[in-house]
Ligand binder design. Structure first.
Ligand code: Z5A
Length: 206
C-alpha cells in the first residue's frame, strides 16, 4: 500500500524541470517531508547505463521500437528498486520525467502506436501512476535556445523542429486526457512566477 506521494515533472527540453525539481525538493524538506529525487531514464545503476546508451550519439541508429523498449526496461528497474520502495516507506518521490515523456517522444515524436505504449505502461507499472504531474510547456524555440546555451547536444536534442512540435502536442494531449493529474505550467514566464504557480499546485496534494 503506497503512502508517499509520487510527483513527476515533464515537458520539452530546457523548460526548467531540473531547476524546479530542486526548488520543490527544498520546499518539501522545509515542511519536514522525506523526499527522494530521481530521473528517467535512469535512477538505478542499470537504468543509468541504459540512459547513457539512449542519449549518446552513436554511429549505430537505434530503431524506434528498441528505443521504446529500453525506456520501459529502465523504468521497470527504477519502479521495482527505487520508486515503489520509497513510496512504501512514506517518502515523496520527485521524478524528472516519467511515462508521459514516452507518450510524447516515442508516441508524438517517433510516431509509435499509443496502444503499444499503453500496453507497456500497464505491463510495467501495473497500478502505479503519478499523483501529480507538472507539465512545463512553452514554444519549442524557447527551450531549444536555453539548451543550446549549455553546449553539446545529446541524441534527442539533435532532432528537427517537426519532431519537437510533435512531442509538445503529445504532451498537451496527455494533459487533456488527464486534467486531474497533469497541470500545465507556462514555462515561458519568469522563474519567480513559475515557482509561485508550483507552490499553489503542490497545495493540491495536501
Ligand atoms: N526520453 C524519452 O524519449 N522517453 C522517455 O520515456 C523518457 C525520456 C523518460 C532525457 O533528457 C531525454 O530522454 C529527453 C527525452 C528522452 N530528451 N532530450 N533531450 P533529460 O530529461 O535529461 O534532458 P532535457 O529534457 O533535455 O532536460 P534539460 O535540458 O536538463 O531541461 P530542463 O531540466 O527542463 O531545464 P533546466 O536545466 O532546468 O533549465 C534549462 C535552462 O533554462 C537553465 O539555464 C535554467 O536556469 C533556465 N531556466 C529555467 N526556467 C527558466 C525560466 N522560467 N526563465 C528563464 N530561464 C529559465
Amino acid at each position: 500500500m503506497k503512502s508517499g506521494k509520487f510527483i513527476t515533472l515533464e515537458g520539452g527540453e530546457g523548460l526548467g524541470k531540473t531547476t524546479n525539481l530542486k526548488f520543490i525538493e527544498t520546499l518539501l524538506i522545509e515542511q519536514d517531508i522525506s523526499v527522494i529525487v530521481t530521473r528517467e531514464p535512469g535512477g538505478t545503476r542499470l537504468a543509468e547505463k541504459l540512459r547513457q546508451l539512449l542519449l549518446e550519439n552513436s554511429d549505430e541508429v537505434i530503431a524506434e521500437s528498441t528505443e521504446l523498449l529500453l525506456m520501459f526496461a529502465a523504468r521497470a528497474q527504477h519502479i521495482k528498486y527505487v520508486i515503489k520502495p520509497a513510496l512504501k516507506q512514506g517518502k515523496w518521490v520527485l521524478c524528472d520525467r516519467f511515462t508521459d515523456s514516452t507518450y510524447a517522444y516515442q508516441g508524438g515524436g517517433r510516431q509509435l502506436k499509443l496502444e503499444t505504449i499503453s500496453w507497456l505502461e500497464n505491463f510495467v507499472q501495473q497500478q502505479l501512476r503519478p499523483d501529480l504531474t507538472l507539465l512545463f510547456d512553452a514554444p519549442v524555440e524557447i527551450g531549444m535556445a536555453r539548451v543550446k546555451k549549455r553546449g553539446a547536444l545529446d541524441r534527442f536534442e539533435t532532432e528537427k523542429l517537426i519532431f519537437f512540435n510533435g512531442v509538445r502536442e503529445a504532451f498537451l494531449q496527455q494533459a487533456a486526457n488527464y486534467p486531474q493529474r497533469i497541470k500545465i505550467i507556462n514555462a515561458a514566464l519568469p522563474l519567480s512566477e513559475v515557482q509561485q504557480t508550483i507552490k499553489q499546485l503542490l497545495g493540491l496534494l495536501k
